[in-house]
Design a protein around this ligand. Sequence first.
Ligand SMILES: [Fe+2]
Length: 310
Amino acid sequence: MTSRTGTVFRMDPRLRETLAGADLFIANCEGPVMGGKKTERGFPWISFAMEEDFLRGCLKELGVLPSRCVLSVANNHIGDRGLEGLRSTLDCLGRMGVATVGQRGGAPPFFLSLERNGLRMGIAAWTHWQNRRTFDDFPAVLRGRDIIDSDWREIKMNGRLDLLVGIPHWGVEFHHFPRPEEKGLARLLAQRGFDILAGHHPHVLQPLEWLGKTPCFYSLGNVNGPPLPLLPWPIRLGAFLEIALGVHGEQRGRVAGFAVHSFFRLLSGGQERLLPMERTRIPLRRKLMERWNLLFPFPQGGTFLSTSSR
Ligand SMILES: [Fe+2]
């Protein structure tokens, strides 16, 4: 998300090391990247925009090379500065060497196809929410209906994809559990060929559900957002999801294991830091772990869990 101050958070070195080792980093870019336009309040919604330097600073602090990064532009804030804002975002990310997903372009089906370590993957991103009517007359970002109506098994076969990743912007803000709508849709998407689902928008963590062999992480929370003194603690708890993929034989393109790396957005000496939950102080840590255990009934803190038994 954008930052009202434009100040980039500080990342815990161990978390940065984990992210720096990733072959691919996927995230949501919640708002247009537009030079010279600060975040401002506009009735009835908060109007977002972020500077290119701010975004570059965030990726650098996270330890993510732009060339290994995919950002989704399918979210409810991307239309905050009109069509011009979306165009500026796509231009800027292209300049930075960041791949984008979630925008319409060319002929359907709309998804990003890329290859890493010999694996060919498809990434589709879409949003169920849109704050403004920017794209009513000119649909430029993908919505739920664009995804639901496509035959993804056929798309995978025709595109010779080893796996398909879905990045939905869905759910209800500040709710820790998905609604029947998201749960039903996740089940349908898993049946139709999605191998991994990882969502956002609620600002807080939501649980993992296995749908056959497809893991669905309903919401991973926020890396960045409104100034911390204003935020209750559950909105400051987020996670990076690490996924390992099989590359050989029957395991090719399958989820071989995963880890969920917690972080808490902490204000220390006037500087915002992303700190693993286990590095926070008691009694805060106790409170965070209690909440975490309700959502993820498996070991936290980056423990890598193999899914070979599934
Ligand atoms: Fe959102």
